[in-house]
Design a binder for this molecule. Structure first.
Ligand SMILES: [Zn+2]
Length: 339
């Protein structure tokens, strides 16, 4: 049990408290400042290969603790509901849930974006951006002492490799997989990004992303604070792990559906409402005031519940081959008209 990092203690307490519901494996231990911190993978639900999977990830960027906190808050609520909510247990019979809530556990401990080797994991994948990319934001190989360092091109970082292995082994072989990777720090809105980061072309599963957006917006008309869009609409980057995994999925399992999303919580709003946060680097990425933290922790519970239910029932809302065209056109009109 680690007291070095409160989020890791919370995660390890969940694992020890709910052994009947959660299967947990330490994927690796990261040594940092004489601590040995585990990277945990949690699984719930039914692992049968023909069933759909939801993958939830957080803590890729160590500065963005709020992503891990939001995911842990939802997981804790889910595990408590496993004690009394029969409908949840029935749901979990029909879906598998795989989570890595603290991927860059060394970076979280050090309160830095990069991993302990100074590598930005979201610039570390073997993918190069096409067209104009802002330097160094899009990823740089000059120095690990500058932000957005891509790392050694011939050696993936251990955290990146663990994420890739988990998605390749636990998500992609299933007929339907949805992933959400929780970040913070960009803009005033809560954004839900989908590939690509490397270029401005649409992903193959644009129609499916539009269909998911439509059922969310119709089901939760008062949760209109999410802005869904391709990441490349904001900026393009090298080395995005989700770009890499999405292309892997397309070449290895072309008949399967894989929808990888990134939740980018808009932290500028917290700074705007509490300008003193401007003077704290941590405050650029995380809500500081207790009431705001509570509000952010409950703000996304509905989204995670929705994703679990939408994954379990994907056959009910996913457009089939004869229905894809209008969804595809709607996505092209909304996001790709300037191409
Ligand atoms: Zn991030």
């Amino acid at each position: 049990m680690s007291n070095a990092l409160p989020e890791l203690s919370q995660l390890e307490q969940l694992i020890s408290r709910y052994p009947n519901w959660v299967r947990a494996s330490p994927l690796a231990h990261i040594s940092v400042a004489r601590q040995s911190l585990a990277i945990w993978r949690l699984e719930l639900g039914n692992p049968a290969p023909h069933l759909p999977v939801l993958g939830l990830f957080a803590g890729v960027h160590g500065m963005e603790k709020i992503g891990s906190q939001v995911l842990l808050a939802w997981l804790e609520s889910l595990l408590i509901r496993c004690q009394w909510d029969d409908s949840l247990l029935q749901l979990l019979d029909n879906v598998r849930l795989v989570c890595i809530p603290l991927l860059n556990v060394g970076g979280l401990y050090l309160q830095q974006r990069a991993n302990p080797n100074g590598v930005d994991l979201m610039r570390n994948a073997p993918v190069n951006a096409q067209g104009f990319t802002a330097w160094p934001l899009g990823g740089q190989r000059l120095s690990k002492h500058l932000p957005w360092y891509r790392g050694n091109p011939s050696q993936l970082e251990i955290e990146s490799q663990l994420l890739i292995n988990t998605v390749q082994q636990q998500l992609l072989p299933h007929p339907f997989a949805l992933a959400m990777d929780c970040h913070s720090g960009f803009g005033l809105r809560d954004r839900i990004w989908f590939p690509y980061a490397a270029h401005k072309r649409p992903p193959y599963h644009l129609a499916e992303a539009v269909a998911l957006r439509e059922i969310f917006n119709k089901t939760y008309p008062n949760h209109d604070f999410y802005l869904m869009e391709p990441q490349s609409l904001n900026y393009t980057t090298h080395g995005d792990l989700w770009d890499y995994l999405y292309d892997q999925q397309r070449s290895q399992y072309p008949a399967h559906v894989f929808l990888p999303f990134t939740l980018e919580m808009g932290s500028w709003l917290w700074v705007k409402k509490n300008p003193r946060q401007l003077f704290s680097w941590f405050g650029h990425f995380n809500p500081i005031l207790p009431h705001r933290l509570t509000r952010v922790l409950r703000r996304h519970l509905t989204l995670f519940d929705f994703l679990l239910r939408a994954t379990a029932s994907y056959q009910r809302w996913l457009p089939d081959s004869t229905q894809r065209e209008p969804y595809q056109q709607a996505g092209l009109m909304r996001w790709y008209q300037s191409n």
